[in-house]
Ligand binder design. Structure first.
Ligand code: ZN
Length: 251
């Protein structure tokens, strides 16, 4: 598997809460949740610390057992990262730092994916059953209430959404799938900073994959920034610019 990617902060003077770790057999994309101002997370660490610890913990689990289920990898990675926090952090705090996780593994016989939180994995399948498989966890788009108190109450519950933070069992709620490796032609992973090309700006998943292939991840990130600059302030709820990660994989 050949992997290319581009990962860029929302603004050059802000830390990047997105994180990529890639090898020729797997790709990990994390998008740390920006901590709301004034909220006590119970943790002495920041979001870049969380993604920079969870990603290598996931990588160790993937490398140690190349046939492990991605749910087990995710559960072990979250548990190992909780141990990394140490005694100074209160991991029972419902506002403990959190991150999305999107994983793609090119295994011996299958290509496997897991998504927890609002990142996306695309897998293109060739041959007789050609098409695009879209691994998307959109539970955060359907909350009844987005106030800080409601999100705190709904986080890591079946009534709300699941995210990588202080509950290893969140792994069992990830969106997962496997595809025979022989039929996979191309794949992509992206954080919600890039999925907005589809969700806000009307592009198709196929168009995003084709542009990643033809022009590369840097140009697709430039597409996102061009759309954002052309958008009237207040046209969409949420951030005008977000951290962005786009990964393209060729098989
Ligand atoms: Zn901590």
């Amino acid at each position: 598997m050949e992997v290319t990617y581009h990962c860029q902060a929302a603004s050059p003077d802000r830390p990047n809460d997105d994180f990529v770790l890639a090898t020729e057999t797997f790709v990990l994309v994390l998008d740390g949740a920006t901590a709301p101002a004034g909220v006590d997370s119970g943790c002495v660490h920041d979001v870049p610390w969380l993604v920079a610890h969870l990603a290598p913990n996931l990588a160790v689990a993937l490398l140690r057992d190349r046939s492990a289920s991605l749910v087990d990898v995710l559960r072990d990675g979250i548990a190992a990262t909780m141990a990394d926090h140490g005694d100074a952090c209160d991991l029972t705090n419902p506002d403990s730092p959190s991150t999305t996780v999107a994983m793609l593994r090119c295994g011996v016989d299958t290509v496997d994916y897991a998504v927890l939180g609002d990142s996306a994995v695309l897998i293109e399948v060739g041959g007789d059953d050609s098409g695009l498989i879209i691994g998307l966890d959109d539970r955060t788009a359907f909350l009844d209430d987005y106030s800080l108190a409601a999100v705190r109450r709904l986080r890591n519950t079946d009534a709300g959404f699941w995210i990588a933070s202080n509950k290893p069992e969140a792994a069992e709620r990830a969106v997962v799938g496997s595809v025979p490796r022989a039929v996979v032609t191309r794949a992509a992973l992206m954080t919600d900073g890039v999925t907005r090309l589809v969700e806000r700006y009307g592009r198709s998943w196929r168009d995003v994959l084709d542009r990643l292939d033809k022009y590369g991840p840097r140009e697709v990130v430039a597409d996102v920034r061009a759309e954002e600059r052309a958008t009237a302030p207040g046209a969409f709820k949420g951030k005008i610019h977000d951290d962005v990660t786009a990964v393209f994989c060729r098989f």
